[in-house]
Design a protein. Structure first.
Length: 83
């Protein structure tokens, strides 16, 4: 599987989280579409099937992440990280 560069993952995570914090899902159709686009891109970049798992996987791959500490991951997310 191709791996996205950590800088790309960090940018995607920051954009998605910023929109989520601003409750953009309740915003204009254009903003909701951007959130959906970011979610799809995160899923593709991390090889996962949903945005929550993609966010966990992306953060796990960022510099400073502790790969040995996956205690907060669900079994599906942990499997996605090891495959």
């Amino acid at each position: 599987m191709l791996m996205a560069h950590p800088a790309v993952l960090n940018n995607l995570v920051e954009q998605y989280e910023t929109l989520r914090i601003l409750h953009a899902e309740a915003g204009t159709p254009e903003v909701r579409e951007r959130m959906d686009e970011l979610a799809r891109t995160l899923c593709v970049a991390t090889g996962t099937g949903d945005v929550d798992t993609a966010l966990v996987a992306a953060r796990h791959r960022l510099p400073g992440a502790r790969p040995e500490d996956d205690s907060l991951l669900t079994s599906g997310a942990a499997e996605a990280l090891t495959s």
